[in-house]
Design a protein around this ligand. Sequence first.
Ligand SMILES: [Zn+2]
Length: 59
Amino acid sequence: MQIITQACTKCGTIVSANELESNRVMKCPGLGCQNVLRFDDLAADEREHFLENRDRYNI
Ligand SMILES: [Zn+2]
């Protein structure tokens, strides 16, 4: 299974697409980082792949 993640553009913290999808918009979990991450920031093909396979990503 392909793991889809998004790296914070400010601090590089890796966030899973799973978390992004459930929150849509979330504050970066990185220590002291105020950056906001959005599911929409994922590349279009990654979003598509995730949504097509979302059942397998619901752990
Ligand atoms: Zn961050």
